[in-house]
Design a protein around this ligand. Structure first.
Ligand code: C2O
Length: 552
């Protein structure tokens, strides 16, 4: 591999969408941010210069960061934030990974506007396990808020209620023609007839899983979370925040006299308020003359085709779609599923409440404050970074190493909710020795209503060996686990009113954040950290921190 240098300048940028102009935190004057491209085996040196008044960190979502946790990025977990006027160089090597990932700010709600694609190309002369596409196109979904996103979350936390929903979804930063005052901000995918395009789909939205479809075209799924999968065809993709999916789009053999919409709409299984609007982009066949692509929206002139998407709460589509995702499990790309398990862990994930601590009252159920938890513990963010405290042996008063391996109270999670919905608050980490093979069952609770939660684990890929609706049954369900070709990924949806089983080898020493990638749930405490201890050999230890690591 080679060394690649990037520089990311964090500055304010005026951006207008839906006829609202706001000043937002952007990177290199671009919204969405720039594309970062590297090759498998390369070393990246990415200097981040903070020119805004907010503190910032950047996370390289899905990068394994083998022994280099200092470069992972979640604020107060692996590093103190980069303060105004300061810089930090993220320094890491990409080992054994290639595919579509993304980078995003990892502090408060700044990832709403500071994000971009992170594309890792295969090693030289190593082809894709599918025919070489004619062109590769990143398609990154986001959310646009007319108001200041930071203000929205801080107000929500102050009032103990939920934040406002966004005003639009976006494709590559553009809401598209189905929103008011937005037709000129439409993503156009210009294609040639009879070619194959690789679409690198990235869900960088804050709070919604999305369905995605292109009218009259079939998509072939070939990769998820930067892992190749057994190709399968589908009309519609389901993609959760934090997930990436590569699909092949085969264009029609001749230029069709029509315009095709690509649409993304939310998959929503919870209760409460949400944005059920639709972002649209356009697939435009390139044709020698007549179609002038600069005219506002050509859909007025040509027949317009619109895809049909599943219903908002189509949980069976979700279950079927995730069942179709299978590892390639080939000699070249084997699925190294941990076979013997050293440690069984069971997490309940879900929403709950906290006592109201606001003088003006809270907006949660029965006057409580909204909270979310893992094993009944709502994670309290420390004021100094966990990894630094661990490395310097000064963890006391920062975190306690006793995160429970099982829920504190076993109950019928998907049956009648218990009377007491209160969660505890603490900064606890779950400690495992180096090279522990872990099986983790995550069970959604319906204490405040069932909801799908996309759980993201930093520092690892894991295999999704099983999933189901209702309560996990330890006597029955493991018999059906797929240990042959389960999908390998970094973010998995815990099904609404159901459970998911994952396995991974804890071969990466460090402090690894795990959280729901719905930003509102992270804010409410649906997060925790794994501490993987050093191994005995020198190459099994966390590297020492870089000299420019920010201080709190
Ligand atoms: Cu993409 Cu901890 O996040």
């Amino acid at each position: 591999g080679i060394t690649r240098h990037y520089e990311l300048n964090i500055t304010m940028l005026n951006v207008t969408r839906l006829c609202h102009t706001k000043s937002l935190v952007a990177v290199n004057g671009q919204f969405p941010g720039p594309r970062i491209v590297a090759g498998e085996g390369d070393r990246l040196l990415i200097k981040v210069n903070n020119h805004v008044s907010n503190n910032i960190t950047i996370h390289w979502h899905g990068i394994r960061q083998l022994r280099s946790g200092w470069a992972d990025g979640p604020a107060y977990i692996t590093q103190c934030p980069i303060q105004t006027g300061q810089s930090y160089v993220y320094n890491y090597t990409i080992v054994g990974q290639r595919g579509t990932l993304f980078w995003h700010a990892h502090i408060s709600w700044l990832r709403a506007t500071a994000y971009g694609p992170l594309i890792i190309l295969p090693k030289h002369h190593v082809p894709y396990p599918f025919a070489k596409p004619y062109e590769e196109v990143p398609i990154i979904f986001g959310e646009w808020f007319n108001a200041d996103t930071e203000a929205i979350i801080s107000q929500a936390l102050r009032t103990g209620g939920g934040p406002n929903v966004s005003d639009a979804y976006t494709i590559n930063g553009l809401p598209g023609p189905l929103y008011n005052c937005s037709a000129k901000d439409t993503f156009r995918l210009k294609v040639k007839a009879g070619k194959t395009y690789l679409l690198r789909l990235i869900n960088a939205a804050l709070n919604d899983e999305l369905f995605f479809s292109i009218a009259n075209h079939t998509l072939t799924v070939v990769e998820a979370d930067a892992n190749y999968v057994k190709p399968f065809e589908t009309d519609t993709i389901l993609i959760a925040p934090g997930q990436t999916t590569n699909v092949l789009l085969k264009t029609k053999p001749q230029f069709p006299a029509a315009t095709f919409l690509m649409l993304a709409t939310p998959y929503f299984t919870g209760a409460g308020t949400f944005d059920n609007s639709t972002v649209a982009g356009i697939v435009e066949y390139e044709q020698s003359t007549s179609l002038n692509s600069t005219t506002a929206i050509s859909v007025k002139k040509l027949p317009l085709f619109r895809p049909t998407l599943p219903a908002l709460n189509d949980t069976s589509f979700a279950a079927n779609f995730s069942n179709k995702l299978r590892s390639l499990a080939s000699p070249q790309y084997p699925a190294n599923v941990p076979w013997n398990i050293d440690k069984q862990v069971f997490f309940t994930v879900g929403l709950g409440t906290s006592p109201c601590d606001q003088p003006q009252g809270c907006q949660g159920p029965n006057g409580t404050k909204f909270a979310a938890s893992v094993n009944n513990i709502s994670f309290v963010q420390p004021t100094t970074a966990l990894l630094q405290s661990h490395f310097s042996g000064q963890s006391s008063g920062v975190y306690s190493p006793d995160f429970p391996f099982n829920p504190l109270h076993w109950l019928n999670y998907t049956g009648n909710p218990p009377n007491n919905t209160m969660v505890g608050n603490a900064t606890k980490v779950l400690v495992v020795p180096f090279n522990t093979s872990v099986e983790l069952i995550m069970q959604d609770t319906s204490i405040l209503g069932a909801e799908s939660h996309p759980l993201h684990l930093h520092g690892f890929n894991f295999f999704v060996v099983g999933q189901g609706f209702g309560n996990y049954d330890p006597n029955k369900d493991p018999k059906n686990f797929n240990l042959v070709d389960p999908i390998e990924r970094n973010t998995v949806g815990v099904p609404s009113g159901g459970w998911v089983a994952i396995r991974f080898l804890a071969d990466n020493p460090g402090m690894w954040f795990m959280h729901c990638h719905l930003e509102v749930h992270t804010s409410w405490g649906l997060k925790m950290a794994w501490l993987v201890l050093d191994g005995k050999l020198p190459n099994q230890k966390l590297l020492p921190p870089p000299a420019d690591l920010p201080k709190c």
